[in-house]
Design a protein around this ligand. Sequence first.
Ligand SMILES: [Zn+2]
Ligand SMILES: [Zn+2]
Length: 352
Amino acid sequence: MNETMNGAVLTRYNNIEWQQVPVPEIKDTEVLIRVGFAGICGSDQHIFSGEFHPRTTTPMIPGHEFAGTIVETGKNVRNYKTGDRVAVDPIIPCGKCAACEIKHYPACTSLKLLGVDMDGGFAEYVAADESMLYKLGPEISDRHGALVEVLSIGFHAVNRAGLKKDDTVAIYGSGRIGHCIAQAARTKTDNTIYMVDILPNRLDIAQKAYDNIVTINSRDIDPVAFIHEQTGGRGVDVAFEAVGHAHPVENRIHPVRGCVQSIRGAGLVCTLGLSDEPAPLNMKEFIWKEARIVSSRVSHGEFAETIHHMSLGHLKPDTLVTGEFFAGKAQEAFEILDKDPQNNLKILLKLT
Ligand SMILES: [Zn+2]
Ligand SMILES: [Zn+2]
């Protein structure tokens, strides 16, 4: 094994450089992975700009969405061997907090992520514990394997929501997470999915990619009124909020409240958008429906379910990808994502 490798190193915030760095040393329960592809996540954009400071410091190698081939195994690794192709669940729960005690790992109070709290997959090689690995069959490319993590967030959300066959769905936000929810939801219900956003290009991507989807540009149309009109006044069974940092839209209510207003009596809202701003809720609207709100943060073992559906061709991973760059050009990729959210969902970095 070479002692050095190339990696996209965030040398200081807003500056990522292709540099020679040491190959990570593996512990006895870890494997060394030759990364094929890695995806740039919204959190990577926050890390890039320094918004995660002091949780992140520089220099660091980001990247928590990736897939590749095992090239070395630690001496206590049992279930994987050199040559196995894997996707890596980046979540590292503390194992000790109250949430971990009941094995509810996404809610771990000191949850760490490979590629956020330690060096990750925007490099030729990365080390990962055996417990974080999921095997990829030959029918799943590294390119698609790098999208398992983000798609598993969609599966976790629909599982948190208990989405059932024939449920109608509203998804506020047609960014990466909104698309992943739509793809996961499509494996559970054939009924109508309403997707709401203000960026027409993102809605177009959804309109073309998914069956039985109705896209709503909330700049032009009031989504709540439209959904009620379309459902005969009933509302949808489940609404997902995946907007996050909501830009106020004139004459429209906040998306979380929009979700509550969009569901039927006794319906459910699942929120994913991470916003620092409080979301205004009208408790009367909420309580009169005896509605439930659940939240969904990361994934919880949904890698297996995602890989299963990906192998069977039930997902549309390519729909998420709007760009592909050699990892040496990571700086350019980050700048494009920042400047042009309208025309970009996921950008993949190629490491081999
Ligand atoms: Zn991510
Ligand atoms: Zn914990």
